[in-house]
Design a protein around this ligand. Structure first.
Ligand SMILES: Cc1cc2nc3c(=O)[nH]c(=O)nc-3n(C[C@H](O)[C@H](O)[C@H](O)COP(=O)(O)OP(=O)(O)OC[C@H]3O[C@@H](n4cnc5c(N)ncnc54)[C@H](O)[C@@H]3O)c2cc1C
Length: 483
């Protein structure tokens, strides 16, 4: 195809969000994807046994629900999003656990003497969860539209991101819960970026829950692809682009790739100053992932965890902080932090009747080639004795395998660039329009741009709006709604 107005490289959530936005603006859009199927970080496949469908990367989608792009796209009308009764849970030794319900009062009531303190910490963020989403979903350089939400969020991030993070609490359950969420960032703690991410995700848990799509994350990208095709777009798979010169001519080129890949694709065409900025962009530590096919549900000692969509496994705040410190210092943690999701508790399409899938990953030093199946199994077994006996099959991927699957995850970094505070503002450059590169008509659309990682489609949406403005002279935002 050579007659496209815009070419998009990469059919991840952001590439497809960009493509949909452009196609909905009446442009002819063509998407090129290196893998045999679309989806990038949102694919669902059988990788263990027939009938067991596993999310290869993303699994749980509070960020999609909070995303302005997906709200305009009316994702909830296109994909069935199910809300587990417990958004996330956090086991501790002795059968104890922190349980986050999609209801702050109920959560606080069950947290013993730290309940009121947890409620006071979270209540302003839960009440203004849309404002928090608006702020964290921006490139952080403009004036927030909900100043109050941004201020509450900033103050609480400062507290939870500092050595004062335990000041409000007397017991170990709430600190562990907060740390389990903050640890999603794969950064040392306490720190501002983990605290901010943790508080935003925590607020979404109580404001609406952490939903799981029926059919897996693939359903989200399939909905995007369907909309693109319905509006005249096209997609070619098995099409890896290594040089911008190989692309069909088009007025706009949107790249769902990292700065590292952009540098390679542009070669000598890239202005030196910008190339220097891209070379300064830092990639974070990695993940090693294990998908399990199970003969039954995970036998958590604390039975409430059996209805949790997500479980943060790793023990107390101090243990998890130590595990993340180990990783930051280039070591595999002795007692690792494990992120687990149990999609088949709400979506029966994932596994044969009575059986289950379990999605897990742990953090490892970037570029690790060490299999983590045993380390993850042992850590889950600690809080769910008998887990090991339920394993029918497992598929294990090291950090290097994760990059092999999708080169955006450089050395296993699932954020496509460390989401430190500095790199949330400088992503990959400090600019009011960081999606636009100095190469004529070329835009970066991946999660290496603001607002960072997660299945939000926002990065692609912003890149497409920038391209519409600069290449096609329109400031109008297309209607993305169903129909
Ligand atoms: C293990 C794991 C777990 C995760 N869990 C969650 C979660 O639960 N919830 C959540 O919100 N987020 C999660 N994420 C993060 C989320 O998946 C990503 O932030 C998101 O997918 C980024 O979207 P993207 O479109 O920018 O990039 P990607 O999804 O990585 O897509 C990039 C696409 O571009 C293609 N591509 C790259 N280079 C080229 C090239 N040269 N030529 C052609 N095609 C190319 C790739 O094959 C890929 O299809 C997880 C990620 C991983 C890896």
């Amino acid at each position: 195809m050579t007659d496209a107005d815009a070419v998009v490289v990469g059919a991840g959530p952001n590439g497809l969000a960009a493509a949909v936005t452009l196609a909905r603006s009446g442009l002819r859009v063509h998407v090129l994807e290196r893998n045999p199927t679309i989806g990038g970080g949102a694919r669902t496949m059988e990788v263990t046994l027939p009938g067991f469908r596993h999310d290869i990367c993303s699994a749980v989608h509070p960020m999609a629900v909070a995303s302005h792009f997906f709200r305009e796209f009316q994702l909830a009308r296109r994909v069935e999003l199910r809300h587990p009764p417990v958004a996330f849970g956090h086991p501790l030794d002795g059968g104890r656990a922190g349980i986050a319900y999609p209801d702050l009062d109920r959560t606080a009531e069950r947290l013993g003497r730290d309940g009121p303190a947890y409620r006071r910490l979270m209540a302003p963020l839960v009440a203004r969860a849309d404002g928090v989403a608006e702020f964290t979903g921006s490139n952080l350089v403009g004036v927030p539209s909900d100043l109050l939400a941004a201020s509450w969020f900033a103050l609480r991030s400062l507290e939870q991101g500092s050595p004062l993070w335990n000041l409000r609490f007397a017991d170990d359950v709430v600190p562990a819960m907060l740390t389990g969420v903050a640890a999603h960032t794969i950064l040392p703690m306490p720190g501002l970026a983990p605290a901010g991410a943790g508080l935003a995700l925590g607020a979404y848990a109580h404001a609406g829950g952490w939903p799981i799509p029926v059919g897996g994350s693939q359903a989200i990208v399939d909905a995007l692809a369907d909309d693109l095709l319905a509006h005249g777009g096209s997609i070619t798979t098995d099409a890896e682009i290594t040089d911008l010169g190989d692309l069909p001519s088009a007025r706009a080129v949107l790249l769902d790739v990292t700065p590292r890949a952009l540098l390679r694709m542009a070669g000598d065409r890239m202005p030196r100053r910008y190339a220097r900025s891209l070379r300064r962009f830092r990639y974070g530590n990695g993940v090693a992932k294990v998908d399990f096919a199970l003969a039954g549900p995970v036998p958590w000692s604390n039975s409430e965890l059996r209805s949790a969509g997500t479980v943060h496994v790793g023990g107390t705040r101090a243990e998890i902080a130590q595990a993340e410190r180990d990783v930051a210092q280039g070591r595999h943690a002795g007692s690792p932090y494990v992120l687990a999701s149990q999609p088949s508790i709400v979506d029966e399409s994932r596994a044969p009747s009575g059986q289950h899938v379990l999605w897990t990953y742990t953090h490892v030093p970037r570029g690790s080639a060490i299999d983590q199946q045993e380390a993850i199994t042992r850590q889950i077994e600690r809080f769910a004795p008998g887990f090991r006996d339920l394993i029918l099959a497992a598929s294990s991927r090291t950090a290097l395998d994760v990059e092999r699957y999708d080169p955006n995850y450089v050395l296993g970094d699932i954020a496509a660039g460390a989401p430190s505070l500095g790199q949330l503002v400088r992503r990959p450059v400090v600019s009011t329009d960081p999606w636009r590169t100095p190469l004529p008509g070329v835009y970066l659309a991946s999660s290496s741009t603001p607002p960072g990682p997660g299945v939000t489609g926002l990065n692609g949406w912003y890149a497409a709006l920038s391209a519409l403005r600069h290449e096609f002279g329109t400031r109008a935002r297309p209607n993305l709604s169903v129909g």
